[in-house]
Design a protein around this ligand. Structure first.
Ligand SMILES: Nc1nc2c(c(=O)[nH]1)N[C@H]1C(S)=C(S)[C@@H](COP(=O)(O)OP(=O)(O)OC[C@H]3O[C@@H](n4cnc5c(=O)[nH]c(N)nc54)[C@H](O)[C@@H]3O)O[C@H]1N2
Ligand SMILES: Nc1nc2c(c(=O)[nH]1)N[C@H]1C(S)=C(S)[C@@H](COP(=O)(O)OP(=O)(O)OC[C@H]3O[C@@H](n4cnc5c(=O)[nH]c(N)nc54)[C@H](O)[C@@H]3O)O[C@H]1N2
Ligand code: SF4
Ligand SMILES: [Mo]
Length: 696
């Protein structure tokens, strides 16, 4: 019998970060458990992290490169796979220009540095991510307002916390795991929850504001109204460190009195007052805001207003408030990605570049622009693509259009673990390694001040970690890369004085904690102040003050359409088991959540003769999907809350039922529905109707 070995590493079955001890027996990981020494997770792991053994050793996982032939998929060597893609990309680059190749990833998977370097050196500005409506939109809005992303400071004992459209116990998003929130909560912090759905947190809140989906910007301006009216703001701070205070005050006073805010948001004015007072008078207080606030036309204006709340209450860069964690000194993603290697001439060709000014500044392309280029050659043709760790046929708005666009490409490569509905459309498949199969300086993209050592535990089949695939394909296209993955990590770590081998032993690095840095240097904005009136946005001729814009497809803006589609569809309920479109093939997790769920208020369900667990057909002007009813009296009868990310790995290839229960068949990606500066897609507020599936 062989001995069990214990290897410390770092999970990445979501945005990652939890410390793991992997149990390895005879070259195979037989179990993972939480690492009690982890500064991020303190020994905890979630269902998805624990299920990595089922994912890594899944019988349907693809363990070697493949090419599509007339008869289906055929196994090939790495050399053939890489040479084929390099040759196709060279062909397209020579004939149409590098901009006619798009590369795409989904959510943060800790290879952004390599992804962007590959794209920059290829010469294409068309790198598609989820950043237009997730996280990078937050970075863009905070950069313009206060110079850097202010993350909630759970570690320094906030006395009051606002969970603003954020559910960290289920989602463990970005910087923070739910355990950090929970530790602060257990120390007795007051809790304000802003959420249209009564979940675990709302049930425990001191104040729960059940707002109409998509109206967060109006609600935040209502908070400001109370704070201004009752003079609860930090007078020293606003006079010394806020740009545009008088103009902002006038906007709030004139346009956002509480009765108007209440009418827009459906929240009682007295409740708004109570929550605003609690936040402004309990020190320190932090705001953790979530992705639903960014997935509407109000994306940037909401975040700017929320940063305004932190600023005027003196909670910005204050311990226990919202802070600017210092990076640990590694080279940044911008440095690694060699962004200067993309010429100005190529950069100027970025799809949507002249439309979404803030996105362009951050080099973010909203995917709709790529679909337009593929389908309509507007403004020029995109002919080839490489998608890495993303399943846009299921995860992107207006899925039918996405499917048609990817199908039309002359050539597509996909890197994944499984043959997803997106991968089935590819010509070449690259088998990626999971986080158990990689060496990496993890979490370098986050704003929590840490980097962590993700150590390779095993090798499985012929899979390669994504970083290596970028490097080896890049080299075949004449790009400058290091010899090995570890050599690149040495360079990333160089300013810290550590090599990868040394860092691997150490396990983690943390930047120094410093607060109130603005008192010496001001904020990193053009005026060195928090810009409630944005000088950057002003230069673009857009409204420099934040405001609330009514959602283009809502019962208020489209009363006629609402006669046919009377409900508000809130599409994107996460579950503790799944990560977007992933994990449906893992037995431990699918057993917990076998079916796609749509939550309905019992009154609403009753009106349509729908009982708990019935299949429901949901329909919008763009399409329909079938999900199973779960009755929930913690949502408004007008609101329908649906899970996203559903396809059926068990349904036959190549479709795998991608269009059966996929809520993105219903979502909208028209330019008119997006945030005008960022191109953020509206995923959370659409009009829909419902019926019992059997009645159709
Ligand atoms: N309606 C609706 N749609 C949404 C959302 C919503 O709230 N509502 N949320 C949106 C948000 S916030 C985001 S960020 C996007 C996410 O969108 P995506 O990132 O596209 O979604 P996933 O399903 O997580 O990723 C797809 C694939 O990545 C593969 N994968 C996982 N890890 C790796 C890896 O390390 N390497 C490689 N090569 N492959 C890997 C998985 O097997 C999976 O097939 O979805 C968006 N879609
Ligand atoms: N298990 C799991 N974890 C995940 C993911 C996953 O798919 N599964 N996805 C990851 C990704 S990429 C992201 S971006 C994060 C997102 O994680 P979070 O930012 O936590 O976002 P959600 O869980 O989508 O929504 C949080 C809460 O906002 C509420 N909400 C919905 N609409 C609105 C609205 O209009 N306004 C307000 N105020 N609240 C609203 C929801 O009811 C929910 O309780 O999660 C990450 N973690
Ligand atoms: S929260 Fe994320 S990093 Fe932590 S165990 Fe779960 S999947 Fe892994
Ligand atoms: Mo996301």
């Amino acid at each position: 019998m062989s001995e069990v070995q214990y290897v410390k590493t770092v999970c990445r079955s979501c945005h990652g970060g939890c410390g793991v001890i992997a149990h390895v027996k005879a070259g195979k990981v037989v179990k993972v458990e939480g690492d009690p020494d982890s500064p991020i997770s303190h020994g905890s792991l979630c269902t998805r992290g624990l299920a990595i053994t089922q994912l890594a050793y899944h019988p349907n996982r693809i363990l070697h490169p493949m090419k599509k032939t007339g008869g289906g998929w055929e196994r090939i060597s790495w050399d053939e796979a890489l040479d084929t893609v390099a040759e196709k990309f060279r062909e397209v680059r020579d004939r149409h220009g590098a901009e006619s190749i798009m590369i795409g990833q989904g959510t943060g998977r800790d290879f952004e540095s390599h992804f962007s370097r590959f794209g920059n050196m290829l010469g294409t500005p068309n790198m598609i991510t989820a950043g237009h409506m997730c996280y990078l939109s937050r970075i863009a809005a905070t950069l313009t307002t206060c110079g850097r992303h202010p993350a909630i400071d759970y570690a320094n004992n906030p006395k009051c916390m606002i969970m603003w459209g954020c559910n960290p116990l289920w989602t463990n998003p970005d910087e923070y795991k739910g355990v950090s929130f929970w530790r602060a909560y257990e120390k007795g912090a007051k809790l304000i929850v802003i959420d249209p759905r009564k979940g675990f947190l709302a049930k425990r809140a001191d104040v729960w504001l059940q707002l109409r989906p998509g109206t967060d910007a109006a609600l935040a301006l209502g908070f400001h109204h109370v704070i201004i009216e009752e003079e609860l703001y930090d007078k020293d701070f606003v006079s010394n460190f806020v740009h545009g205070w008088e103009e902002f005050k006038d906007r709030v006073r004139n346009d956002y009195p509480l009765d108007r805010v209440s009418e827009i948001t459906w929240v009682d004015p007295e409740q708004i007052r109570e929550a605003a007072r609690m936040y402004a008078t309990t020190k320190p207080a932090g705001i953790h805001w979530g992705v639903p606030t960014e997935q509407t036309i109000n994306c940037i204006d909401f975040t700017r207003t929320a940063v305004g709340l932190m600023a005027v209450t003196g909670n910005l860069d204050a311990p226990g408030g919202n802070v600017f964690h210092q990076p640990p000194g590694t080279r940044s993603i911008a440095e690694f990605s060699s962004h200067r290697s993309l010429s100005n001439e190529q950069r100027a060709k970025m799809l949507g570049g002249d439309r979404y000014r803030l996105a362009t500044r951050m080099t973010i392309v909203t995917p709709k622009c790529a679909w337009d280029a593929i389908l309509n050659e507007d403004p020029y043709p995109v002919k080839a693509g490489w998608l890495i760790g993303t399943n846009p046929v299921v995860s992107r708005a207006n899925a039918r259009e996405v499917y048609d666009a990817l199908k039309k490409l002359d050539f597509l490569a996909v890197s994944d673990f499984f043959l997803t509905p997106t991968a089935e459309l590819a010509d070449i498949f690259f088998p990626a390694g999971t986080w158990l199969e990689q060496n990496h300086v993890a979490d370098n993209w986050k704003f929590h001040g840490y980097v962590l050592a993700r150590r390779k535990v095993v090798e499985i089949g012929e899979c390669w970690q994504d970083h290596k695939i970028f490097m080896e394909l890049g080299k075949r296209l004449g790009q400058r890369w290091w010899d090995t993955v570890e050599d690149a990590l040495d360079w990333l770590l160089e300013p810290t004085g550590l090599t990868w081998e040394q860092f691997k032993e150490k396990g983690c690095l943390k930047g120094e904690s410093k607060f109130y840095k603005y008192k010496e240097k001001g904020f990193s904005t053009p005026t060195r102040k928090v810009e409630l009136l944005s000088t950057i946005i002003e230069r673009w001729g857009a409204d420099p003050l934040p405001k609330y814009t009514e959602i283009p497809e809502s019962p208020v803006s489209q009363p006629e359409l609402a006669k046919k589609y009377p409900y508000i569809l809130n599409a994107g309920l996460r579950t503790p088991t799944f990560f977007h479109s992933a994990n449906r093939q893992l037995p431990w997790l699918r057993e917990i959540r076998p079916d796609p769920i749509v939550e309905l208020h019992p009154e609403t369900a009753g009106k349509h003769g729908i009982s708990d667990r019935d299949w429901v057909s949901i329909e919008s002007p763009r399409g329909r999907a079938r999900l199973r009813a779960k009755l929930n009296n913690g949502i408004d009868p007008m609101v329908v809350v649906a899970e996203h990310g559903w396809w059926y790995p068990e349904i036959e290839a190549p479709d795998h039922g991608w269009d059966v229960s996929n809520i993105n068949m219903l979502t909208d990606n028209s330019h008119e529905s997006m945030d005008p500066l960022m191109g953020a897609t509206n995923l959370r507020v659409l009009l829909c109707n419902i019926s019992r599936y059997e009645d159709r």
